[in-house]
Design a protein around this ligand. Structure first.
Ligand SMILES: C[N+](C)(C)CCCC[C@H](N)C(=O)O
Ligand SMILES: O=C(O)CCC(=O)C(=O)O
Length: 452
């Protein structure tokens, strides 16, 4: 258990690992502008905001109490007229560095479609910024934003009462509705089962490719494996594997991992373990904040060295902390944990060694608790996909002949497909509001898409 006396070594940790903002995370005190400090006002055409020019800035009065200020250079840099922004490729066309540092509008006007700014230039140059886009991107102050997307649903062992599941046929249907449901499951729960899959590697590979192209690694592209050590990894044995995330030895661990048990004969065991790393991290943050901070700041080196032709370790070589956070919002964004693949802990300050081992002991205790573990015996025809940045997986030991197939999908491919399906099935409020402005929707994608 970490004692108060850990404060002194942690002070050194503060310097070494820039723990200042991490400390804010652990004590739930954000050093970031408090999101939601201002309510998102509702702009309707009959009460346009008040706009005015300040020194170097444009001020927008959403209501008597709520104002936003945008720097002139920021507004000019974000012009999305057809001369400044390629409406098909969605790339910036003009040279940001041609903007005079002290640029100031000739005039600013509140129009039904948004803020209209006329800039000094040889030929008339007018920029239009939709009100909803300005509200979404207000930075001075940040305005309360509707939830970017559906929230994550943290779960423990009780998930077995209603595990997220989609039927194969739905996913494979051309209308993409089943595919969207599947990816929403993964976004919300960090995993999803798929039932009704033809029990072949070919059908399973086709299923994986509905999300995006398969991520090839030293284990091959689409894997069809058994306990024959065909590859130099304990996954290719009958051994039990504790809860882990894959690819801790890669700088960029895969985003999704799909497993489909094709057969298991002449033996038993080989049950699949799922643990919601975000759920377990939330418990650690509440019960063991100092341990949480260590797991969030001490880098953990890892390697994959079982193949003569490969010797993987991440960049930087020190690796990454078990718990990764968004440097802007401070939210937990990634769990990286595979104690079997962990390399020599050569970066620990001497007086942190025991504290770090205490921290991972607490972490392991929470991971392996009955409240966290969801065990399931996969059957041929049912696959499981896990978000490898959140959900840990493992398996019990087994004997007999066990054939498992599956694939990795890169995290960016997964998030890109989900974003494209969102455009189709759950268009963003800003995009909807801006669609009234002509020429903003090109090739089915708005130039005001919040992802740009
Ligand atoms: C390719 N397949 C998934 C079968 C095996 C992957 C090897 C697992 C490795 N120890 C890791 O944690 O990344
Ligand atoms: O064989 C299994 O069920 C899972 C193996 C595993 O954990 C892995 O390949 O990362």
């Amino acid at each position: 258990m970490l004692k108060a006396s850990a404060a002194r070594p942690l002070a050194r940790l503060t310097n070494t690992y820039r723990v200042t903002y991490l400390r804010a995370i652990c004590t739930r005190r954000s050093s970031f502008p408090a999101e939601g400090s201002t309510h998102l006002p509702d702009v309707t055409h009959d009460d346009l905001p008040i706009v005015s020019q300040d020194v170097g800035q444009v001020a927008i009065g959403w209501s008597t109490r709520e104002w936003s200020r945008f720097h002139n250079i920021w507004l000019r840099d974000h012009c999305r007229c057809s001369k400044c922004f390629h409406s098909i490729t969605k790339q910036r066309l003009f040279n940001t560095f041609d903007i005079p540092r002290d640029i100031a509008p000739i005039k600013v006007e509140a129009k039904a479609n948004g803020l209209e700014v006329t800039w000094p230039s040889k030929e008339l140059h007018v920029s239009v910024y939709p009100w909803s886009w300005l509200q979404r991107n207000s930075y001075d102050p940040p305005l309360k934003r509707p939830p970017e997307f559906t929230d994550k649903i943290l779960w423990g062992s009780k998930i077995q009462q209603a595990p997220p599941t989609v039927v194969y046929e739905e996913i494979m249907a051309d209308n993409d509705r089943g595919l969207y449901k599947w990816l929403l499951n993964i976004h919300e729960f960090g995993f999803s089962f798929v039932t009704g899959i033809p029990v072949t590697p070919e059908a399973t590979e086709e299923l994986a490719q509905r999300i995006g192209f398969i991520r090839e690694t030293q284990y091959g592209k689409f894997w069809d494996f058994t306990s024959d050590l065909a590859k130099g990894d304990t996954a290719y044995t009958t051994l039990a594997l504790g809860a882990h995330t894959d690819n801790t030895y890669f700088t960029d661990p895969c985003g999704l991992q799909l497993f489909h048990l094709l057969s298991h004969t002449d033996g038993s065991g080989g049950a699949t373990l799922l643990v919601d790393g975000f759920y377990v991290a939330s418990i650690m943050k509440e019960l063991h904040p100092e341990a949480y901070m260590l797991l969030s700041s001490v880098p953990v080196p890892a390697h994959a060295a079982g193949e003569a032709t490969c010797l993987y370790s991440p960049s930087p070589a020190a690796g990454y902390p078990v718990l990764g956070h968004d440097p802007v919002t401070g939210e937990l964004t990634q769990v990286r944990w595979n104690n079997d693949d962990r390399s020599v802990m050569r970066h620990l300050a001497p007086d942190l060694v025991e504290k770090w081992y205490d921290a991972i002991r607490l972490w392991n205790g929470c991971l392996t608790s009955a409240d966290s573990e969801h065990w399931v015996q996969l059957q041929p025809g049912t696959a499981v996909v896990v978000d490898n940045h959140r959900v840990l997986h493992g398996r019990s030991a087994f004997d007999g002949k066990r054939r498992m197939c599956g694939a990795y999908i890169g995290v960016d491919e997964y998030k890109s497909k989900l974003a494209v399906l969102r455009e189709k099935f759950a268009p963003d409020a800003v995009v909807q509001a801006a669609s009234a402005i002509p020429d903003t929707q090109v090739d089915g994608r708005s130039i005001w898409n919040p992802a740009l």
